[in-house]
Ligand binder design. Sequence first.
Ligand SMILES: [Mn+2]
Length: 313
Amino acid sequence: MRVVTSGSAYLDIDAYACCIAYAELLNGLGVAARAVSSAPPNASVCATVLGWEAGLDDYRPQADDAFVLVDVSDPHHVDPWVALERVEEVIDHHPGHETYWAGRLGPAADIRPVGAAATQVFERWEASGLLSRIRPSSAALLATAILDNTLNLTGQMTTALDVRAYDVLARQAGLPADWPERYFLECQAAIERELCASLEKDLKRMKPDSGLPALFAQMTVWDAGALVARHRAEISGWLTGQGEDWLLNVIGIREGESRFLADPPISQDKVSRLVALDWHAGQAVLQPSILRKELLRLGLSAKCRVSCHKPRG
Ligand SMILES: [Mn+2]
């Protein structure tokens, strides 16, 4: 059996959609596959999405199963069920582990800077000639994953491939024109209902050499300013309880902004080294918005400028 799975901490809608839609494609190609995860979905997998026909499979990986990783490539962050020596394929758009997987898998490692891993899975569906037979709910999952990961196709990592994939998939799924607004509003309502649980589900522990705050939480909503105004104290209180170096990136789709919250001065300084920010009372706004993985890319390249190049002269 081919087990299509993703990260260990939580499943965002990109990971969730890729597991389901890629397992469906493999099965359609005659390769027995299951979409499996032991991680909880986060707020980006909203109730409407969970109610769609396409979902994860109820399957426990066996000793001779092979693994396909989607939307993850950090060997330390894969689902605990994964045996790394039995990974046969990787489809991901996060930077940092391209060399590791290229060395192990060669061309079976597809790690590229596109807006969503769902776009890479869409490309496989298209290349297979089976796209006309994808379940509408799987097409809707991939389309919504692209919306989420590209911030409604406005994020800096959005490519022409993402825009085209969304267009084709949304038509195939029959999604309404106002689906983006409806989707992001539903996610925001769910986040505000369980704020601390939502923070926990999208909190990443960054490596010391990343140049980023040690605890980096992120959430994508329709109106970031309104969320922060309503929940500022609760957010600070919870994150302060998790550690001494933390940041929250609240991405507001409507305003196209990243609203950063960080009380520790050291955390503010780390982010300010990567993007120009004006901090007031632990809050700073950046337009256009930026994703954690984009900041990670900036952090890694800043480190490289310091340590990878010998000074000249
Ligand atoms: Mn993704």
